[in-house]
Design a protein around this ligand. Structure first.
Ligand code: HEM
Ligand SMILES: *[C@@H]1O[C@H](CO)[C@@H](O)[C@H](O)[C@H]1NC(C)=O
Length: 491
């Protein structure tokens, strides 16, 4: 995922210049070496490699990444080479190329993340693996998170979390809610719910506090100096492992065979009948928390902004949700699974928000061998980057791409042009849960609340995913009852 670069971008600090020069020379030789490919039948993709090592990373980060990619794409086409973080890299801007890497030839490309990130999340987590371990574990995670049966069971609990989150926003007048920050609490709680089912609040608080320290470490400069954000994150990571061990021990003592993700992980046996180790289980739990929290919270924050910016659309979404709200006796009866399946406009708003915001702008893989694609060679060891955001903003697939228009999803997008949850073997197993979480939240938000965004309304901040400036500070009110009469006037 994109978080990758934000960390390493810090390399640009001038204190490391000497080191950089040394590395540049080293890598320059590697680049020259790789140019031997031009003599073979296949050629390297077009593109300029920029300065060795620093490559074009600085350019990438000093500009809107969208502009960076599309300028290159105009010049070189759907596939071009460049340097990112000192690694030669091939960027892929077409649905066909992304499908080649992620789906049809995924066995030739393995995931690749910096070691510092792997250490924080845990090296046995799904993202980092390729092959047998990945596919068997993924099946388990997928069936636990995404089976319709398990999702249906979650509706009531997710709804309770949405209600209490929104209620906590009705603070004294003039108090601003940092929308993103608070939505992170919601998405964390939903993550905890799907991993542990109901978890003792003591454990929950300990996990929450320590995880938030780990979370800060994802985007800090990795180093060995005690007291730094990264080191604090590593210490908190150790405490998380202890807490998770205690929870597992307790479960085993009580012999509860729970049907949540932890239960599934504890019962897992591979083809040879071998169970997972404690470390493998905790790495995967932290991996899921990591994958579930900032992603969903960022998208929901964008949705609040898009709805706020388009009052007409907001009214239409309200109208759709009010019908369900009335069906449920003004919220006295719980939302049903079936109701969450019949929110067509709200669903399209979610899809369009996923497209517009494209919070996971691209991902990384690494070629495990020399790979030929469309007459080009991608040398072994090179990184490849499918550019999701570029594809989502290509007018060929999404006309007038900067315009927020949910109705474009009335017809399904062409295959492999819409990949907010990735594609292929590593695509997101939490996508249905994330959508459910957003639908339920929007239902309660628009039927019972009004909100006003405060301050600058146009900036974007990367934390690490793009979110509106300052996390979209806003004021929330409970909707007055008159409003209900607007929709259902007494005869
Ligand atoms: C709107 C919210 C979300 C978005 C946009 C999103 C997006 C993605 C994307 C693009 C990938 C693939 C990354 C790649 O190919 O390199 C991914 C993987 C993953 N996601 Fe999500 N995700 C979201 C929510 C969630 C939730 C709620 C969960 C779990 C509860 C989750 C769990 C995972 C896991 C475990 C993986 C790794 C799968 C693997 O490597 O096989 N995600 N997600
Ligand atoms: C982290 O976890 C430990 C238990 O290992 C707990 O005592 C502590 O209160 C938690 N929170 C913080 C901020 O350390």
């Amino acid at each position: 995922m994109e978080i990758y670069i934000v960390v390493t971008c810090n390399f640009a600090y001038t204190t490391t210049i000497l080191f950089l020069i040394f590395l540049s020379i080293l890598i320059y030789y590697l680049v020259i070496k790789s140019q031997n490919y031009t003599k073979s039948k296949y050629k390297l993709p077009p593109g300029s490699m920029g300065w060795p090592f620093i490559g074009q990373t600085l350019q990438l980060y000093s500009h809107d990444p969208n502009t960076f990619f599309s300028t290159k794409q105009k010049r070189y086409g759907e596939i071009f080479k460049t340097h990112i973080l000192g690694c030669p890299c091939v960027m892929l801007g077409s649905p066909e190329a992304a499908k080649f890497v992620l789906v049809t030839h995924s066995h030739l490309f393995k995931p690749t993340y910096p070691k510092s990130k792997e250490k924080l999340i845990g090296p046995s987590a799904l993202f980092f693996h390729h092959g047998e371990y990945h596919s068997s574990l993924r099946k388990l995670v997928q069936s636990s998170l995404a089976s319709p049966y398990n999702l249906q069971k979650r509706v009531a609990d997710v709804e309770a979390l949405a209600i209490s989150t929104l209620h906590s926003w009705l603070t004294a007048q003039d108090q601003l809610v940092n929308t993103f920050h608070h939505l992170k609490k919601y998405s964390f709680d939903v993550g905890i719910l799907s991993i542990f089912g109901h978890l003792d609040s003591n454990y929950k608080d300990q996990l929450k506090e320590n995880y938030s320290i780990v979370n800060k470490g994802y985007n800090s400069f990795p180093n060995n100096v005690p007291g730094t954000t990264y080191q604090k994150a590593l210490m908190a990571r150790k405490r998380l492992k202890q807490i998770l061990s205690e929870i597992m021990l307790e479960r085993e003592e009580k012999k509860i065979a729970d049907k949540d993700l932890l239960g599934h992980l504890l019962n897992f046996k591979d083809g040879k009948g071998k169970a997972l180790t404690r470390d493998q289980i905790s790495d995967n739990i932290i991996g899921v928390l990591f994958a579930a929290q900032d992603t969903t919270a960022s998208v929901l924050t964008w949705i609040l902004k898009y709805l706020h910016d388009d009052q007409k659309l907001l009214q239409a979404v309200k109208a759709e949700q009010m019908v369900i709200y009335q069906e449920n006796d003004e919220g006295k009866k719980p939302l049903t699974w079936k109701q969450t399946r019949s929110m067509p406009l709200t669903h399209k708003v979610i899809l369009e928000s996923l497209r517009m915001a494209s919070i996971i702008s691209f991902t990384f893989r690494e070629a495990v061998t020399d790979v030929e694609y469309n007459g080009y060679i991608i040398p072994k060891g090179w990184k490849v980057m499918p550019l999701f955001r570029n594809i989502h903003h290509n007018p060929q697939f999404f006309p007038d791409p900067q315009n927020f228009d949910p109705s474009r999803f009335e017809v399904p997008p062409k295959s492999n042009t819409f990949m907010p949850f990735g594609n292929g073997v590593h695509s997101c197993p939490g996508n249905e849960l994330a959508k459910l979480e957003m639908l339920v939240f929007i239902h309660h938000l628009v039927t019972q609340y009004r909100w006003e965004v405060v301050g600058s309304q146009s900036g974007i901040q990367y934390g690490p995913f793009p979110v509106p400036q300052n996390g979209l500070p806003a004021r929330f009110w409970k909707e007055s009852n008159n409003f209900i009469q607007d929709f259902f006037p007494p005869n």
